[in-house]
Design a protein around this ligand. Structure first.
Ligand code: GDP
Length: 139
């Protein structure tokens, strides 16, 4: 099944440095419609639940501490080919490898504090969106 939605978070480093508005502007200018949006703070436990797939990775504890270190913006986005096009817009996980003009190249501070999250599949986009939003939050 194909879907035209993806899920993103503006991560704590980007919110803290005042870049959330610029990032959301790039997302809208990239042709994505914001279906749902909220500013929220993850507890370390909830960050751990979100990133459970990475539980065995050496950076998991640091990642959960970082993702709960300050508020984030969570959003569901809509566009044709949303998952792949959004991964292109944000660039590589490590900003050192991210293409010029991508969100991570412009705003990320490190491989961990890399400014934004983007779902890696349609299935995960749906799971991650429902982690933060109910059906009645989506317009
Ligand atoms: P993404 O899909 O590009 O976000 O990358 P991954 O799913 O592989 O990793 C999830 C998140 O974990 C990344 O966005 C980073 O915030 C963090 N991360 C990934 N790799 C590393 C690493 O090698 N070290 C640290 N400290 N964090 C990492």
């Amino acid at each position: 099944m194909t879907t035209n939605r993806t899920f993103t978070m503006v991560k704590p480093d980007a919110v803290e440095s005042g870049n959330a508005g610029a990032i959301l502007k790039m997302i809208e200018e990239g042709g994505f419609r914001i279906v749902a949006l909220k500013k929220t703070l993850l507890t370390k436990e909830r960050a751990g639940e979100f990133y459970e797939v990475h539980a065995a990775r050496p950076f998991y504890n640091d990642l959960c501490a970082y993702m709960s270190s300050g508020p984030i913006y969570a959003a569901i986005l809509e566009k044709d080919n949303a998952v792949a096009d959004f991964r292109t817009l944000i660039g590589a996980t490590n900003p050192a490898n991210a293409a010029e003009g991508t969100i991570r190249k412009l705003f990320a501070k490190s491989i961990e504090a890399n400014a934004v999250h983007g779902s890696d599949s349609d299935e995960n986009a749906a799971i991650e969106g429902s982690f933060f939003f109910s059906k009645t939050d989506q317009f």
